[in-house]
Design a protein around this ligand. Structure first.
Ligand code: GDP
Ligand code: GDP
Length: 469
């Protein structure tokens, strides 16, 4: 029994162990300390003075996707240093940044980009350390405008989050984990890599793949979860990012580990239908925030209902990979027609669902349920895809030739190049003169083209534009 609860947490690090160093930097008041406390949490006990550093620094150990990192907060150090604001920030951050494996550069998304941010960003860029840009105080989707503005800092795509409200932390964990140096590996890891030809392309850090099971009440979500669990039930948590009402259930399929975010809505049943309706949407939102892949469960005997579309739109909005699960397949009579009707309806209502991977099964009898997890794994891989810039721009030129960019106010848009700024979901930025004026139908043309040319079915593709002079 005891070993069933084992694998989620690696052992505590030895004192002085060689952990990757992550430094939180930024001007005062953007929320560095709040973020530090959020990430270090109860592990604060491990805070230690570092010999050789004149001032005490705030330092702790945080757990990021199953790996321990040394987290250093540069806040508060500012006040101790003399001179101007810039000088203070620089002096206090310098030593920390120099030893950083990754710098988390924070801005306040509600305040927008200030001259102090610009100045500090410029300095950070010159330090040649990997940097992840964080747009904090972005609770409830605030500060989207300054998140875009933040591109101008030249530090890549900002990760929007709210340290205070605990939003966006799962994405943050992923973005951090992706940028950490590879752990020093022994012989065994090398062998593993040979077994897995994708090991190099697949930057996925260790840790389970997070799945949300969403759908209307009575679609069969609980039944599916129980069937998937079978004997294997293991409850973990609470983990960072999980709310009080949700637990994570771990499943294994071959070498892959999946963590299914089991929200209150999945486990408990409300008595009144009205509450049930409401709960399924709010539980879906909650589960989606924590997941990488969403399994959208449909009752195939009923076809696509408005609430199914509503949940599908949520998946798109949250930028998650999606697998469509057509459940109750045992009770469907004309299977081919049912499948076609459902897929047609979905792709008409939601362009981003085009080509979404579909599995059909019976959660009740268990027939074909085994197809689900491999499909989840595949969808996850697509969601993580990165298209090389050269290839992308050859495709782009071709697209521009086939349909030249439209006129806006009598002047033709001059689109220059495209680059993928991040994965999960695949996110692209098109640069060009007045590119930000690109009409929606031309955007759709490019997004559909991207999906087809680079084989990205069923994942939400983000396309942003940035004007250049
Ligand atoms: P630091 O100087 O960069 O370490 O900033 P602090 O962590 O001390 O935060 C500065 C102020 O911003 C405090 O009043 C925090 O409560 C507030 N704050 C931090 N994170 C958030 C957030 O995500 N949203 C909002 N609205 N306020 C935040
Ligand atoms: P949830 O509200 O989405 O969690 O749905 P439940 O798992 O509670 O299932 C709702 C109803 O559908 C229950 O009566 C289940 O027995 C039934 N059900 C679930 N899966 C299947 C299936 O694959 N085939 C059939 N025929 N019924 C199913």
């Amino acid at each position: 029994m005891a070993d069933r609860y084992k694998p989620m947490r690696p052992p505590a690090p030895l004192p002085g162990a060689d952990l990757p160093v992550v430094v939180i930097a930024g001007r005062p008041n953007v929320g560095k300390s709040t973020l530090f406390n959020r990430l270090v949490g109860r592990r604060q006990a491990l805070v230690a003075d570092t010999p050789g550093v004149t001032r005490d620094r705030k330092e702790g150990v945080a757990l990021v996707r199953g790996r321990h990192v040394r987290l250093i907060d540069t806040a508060g150090l500012e006040e101790a240093a003399p001179d101007s604001l810039y000088g203070r920030m620089r002096a206090s951050s310098e030593s920390a940044v120099h030893e950083a494996d990754l710098v988390l550069f924070c801005i306040d998304a509600r305040a927008g980009i200030t001259p102090a941010d610009e100045h500090f960003a410029q300095w950070i860029r010159r330090q040649n350390r990997p940097v992840l840009l964080l747009a904090n105080k972005a609770e409830g989707r605030q500060g989207t405008a300054s998140a875009l503005e933040a591109y101008a800092l030249g530090l890549g795509e900002p990760v929007a989050l709210s340290a205070e409200h605990g939003e966006g932390l799962t994405d943050l964990m992923w973005e951090i984990a992706e940028r950490l140096p590879q752990p020093v590996s022994g012989g065994q890891d090398d062998e593993d890599e040979q077994d897995n030809p994708d090991a190099e392309a697949d930057e996925r850090p260790a840790g389970p793949l997070r799945v949300a099971i969403v759908g209307r009440p009575n679609a069969g979500k609980s039944t599916l979860l129980n069937t998937l669990l079978g004997e294997e039930r293991m409850i973990t948590g609470p983990e960072p990012g999980l709310t009080r009402d949700s637990i994570a259930v771990t499943l294994h399929d071959g070498d892959d580990t999946f963590e299914i975010v089991d929200t209150a809505g999945l486990r408990k049943k409300a008595r009144i239908d009205e509450t049930l309706e409401k709960m399924s949407v709010s539980a879906s939102i909650e589960a989606l925030k924590m997941a990488e892949v969403a399994v959208l469960v449909l009752d195939a005997t009923l076809g696509v209902q408005e609430q199914d579309l509503q949940i599908a739109r949520l998946i798109e909005r949250e930028g998650r990979a999606c697998v469509l699960a057509l459940n109750k397949w045992d009770a469907v009579e004309d299977r081919a027609a049912t499948r076609k009707a459902i897929l047609d309806r979905l792709s008409i209502s939601l362009a981003q669902m085009r080509g979404v991977p579909v599995v059909t099964f019976s959660a009740l009898t268990g027939v074909a349920v085994h197809k689900l997890l491999p499909a989840v794994r595949d969808a996850w891989t697509v969601w993580n895809a990165r298209v090389p810039t050269g290839e992308l721009n050859r495709w782009f030129e071709d697209m521009l030739e086939r349909h030249q960019p439209p006129l806006v106010d009598g002047k033709r848009l001059k689109l220059r190049y495209i680059t993928q700024v991040k994965a999960r979901p695949p996110t692209f930025v098109v640069f060009g003169t007045r590119a930000e004026q690109m009409p929606d139908d031309y955007k759709r043309y490019l997004v559909n083209g991207l999906r087809e040319a680079f084989d990205l079915p069923g994942v939400p593709i983000r396309l942003q534009t940035r004007g250049t002079k």
